[in-house]
Design a binder for this molecule. Structure first.
Ligand code: RNT
Ligand code: ZN
Length: 417
């Protein structure tokens, strides 16, 4: 793409936005500072390296596009490719099942920092910070209930696992000099009508309290709410109400996954309520199609509204941004780039909103003017700013990343059988 043209368009956009009181340079500078936590599990369809079995436990990948990463080296190779195509400094989000187990079977209640030392070293060498997740799914003891299981033995297995994961996250955070964000999502629930709803929730709260009792300064814990899982359609122990109450009463970070609610629900409206009561948010930016299908994130109204609400609440510094989807039906590297760029576009749109003027209208009760400007803001020259952002950071502008990924597919992915 013609560099002069991109710069010229940026100048025009800057003036257009300035007329509405928006500082475009500032928006670009802010966007550059927002890391997006890249979910390692898009490389290999959430299989990991523990026992090489397909994903189970309320979530599912569909598709069998060739080129899935089959080992740690391939995951790293793919993440390397991804980061070279993205502006900004991002993070890598690992699940426990992606440890370096050295060909041995390491059960989840045996995992330790040593299984992630290789990742810690690799991440440092690649200037990536790490985030982490305990893994309750795809295990013989996963069943329908883990941390909420009335069976003491099973529950304690998962409590031990989660405690160990927090210590691993703590080590990652200390090594990188920045807190590692560790997410706890458990699929616990039931397929059919449940009469012990209160009991399981009580147990889950107790288990979490026990897990979180250990003070670890190198990490921050977040807990993820959900409406339902596959095969667990009638009841989810860790529902929104459960975790909203839990996080508010324990001062814990709430993980908001945009795929986890009713399709017609206005998920972004949760932001301005949760932020009043919980310390921070972890965002799992995803795209549900008819159900929590984890399609690749795109720039749609749901994602735009999510980031507008964060920016309007002045809460970018209280939100950790991560991706969470797994599409096995298309080139997986392409899936990362589409989803990350879409997320950045949505953040940028939110930063470019003529908020001061919109608020003046609202404060003065000028409803027509507010709606008119909201509508006009949609067609401001935002694309010129996004192009400049990528040019400035020496990554492909516009669709120029397509042939780069095609080349990677020819050279690398197509050779994985
Ligand atoms: C599942 C949750 C959870 C997982 C990952 C793999 O519904 O969204 O975040 O997707 O932990
Ligand atoms: Zn999620």
């Amino acid at each position: 793409m013609n560099e002069q043209l991109i710069l010229k368009n940026y100048e025009i956009a800057r003036e257009r936005y300035a007329a509405l009181g928006v500082d475009v340079d500032q928006a670009v500078a802010t966007l550059e500072q927002i890391p997006i936590s890249l979910h390692c599990w898009q490389t290999d369809d959430v299989v990991g390296f523990e026992r090489n079995v397909a994903l189970s436990g309320g979530i599912q990948t569909t598709g069998n596009y060739p080129g899935r990463a089959r080992n740690i080296d391939e995951v790293r190779q793919d993440i390397d490719c991804v980061t070279t195509l993205l502006a900004g400094n991002h993070r890598l989000n690992l699940h426990e099942i992606y440890g370096e187990f050295g060909g041995k079977f390491v059960d989840r209640d045996q995992v330790g920092v040593e299984h992630f030392q290789g990742w810690i070293d690799w991440a440092r060498a690649h200037n990536l910070k790490l985030d982490f997740n305990s893994t309750s799914f795809s295990h013989p003891k996963s069943g329908d209930l883990t941390l909420a299981n009335p069976d003491r033995e099973i529950r304690e297995f998962w409590i031990e696992h989660t405690k160990r994961c927090r210590r691993i996250a703590d080590a990652m955070g200390r090594a990188q000099g920045d807190p590692c964000i560790m997410n706890i999502w458990v699929h616990d629930g039931s397929k059919d009508l449940t009469v012990n709803r209160f009991k399981y929730r009580q147990i889950l709260a107790q288990s979490l309290d026990e897990i979180l009792a250990e003070k670890l300064d190198g990490m921050k814990t977040c807990v993820e709410a959900k409406l339902f899982g596959i095969g667990l359609e009638s009841y989810t122990v860790g529902s929104h109400d459960f975790f909203a109450g839990y996080c508010a009463s324990r001062n814990v970070i709430y993980t908001l996954d945009t795929g986890h609610y009713e399709q017609t629900e206005n998920v972004s409206d949760m932001v301005a309520s949760l932020l009043l009561y919980v310390p921070e948010l972890m965002l799992h930016v995803s795209r549900p199609v008819r159900w929590d299908s984890d399609h690749v994130t795109i720039m749609n109204d749901q994602t735009l509204d999510l980031f507008k609400e964060i920016v309007r609440a002045g809460a970018l510094h209280r939100a950790h941004v991560g991706l969470d989807y797994f599409d096995a039906s298309i080139n997986r590297i392409g899936a990362y780039i589409i989803g990350t760029r879409a997320t950045q576009k949505c953040i940028l749109q939110a930063l470019l909103e003529p908020l001061a003027q919109l608020r003046r209208y609202e404060d003065a009760g000028q409803g027509f003017q507010r709606l008119a400007l909201l509508e006009e803001a949609k067609s401001l020259p935002f694309g010129a700013v996004f192009d400049y952002f990528n040019l400035k950071n020496n990554v492909p502008v516009g669709e120029a990343f397509i042939p780069v990924i095609e080349q990677y597919e020819r050279d690398v992915l197509s050779k994985r059988q």
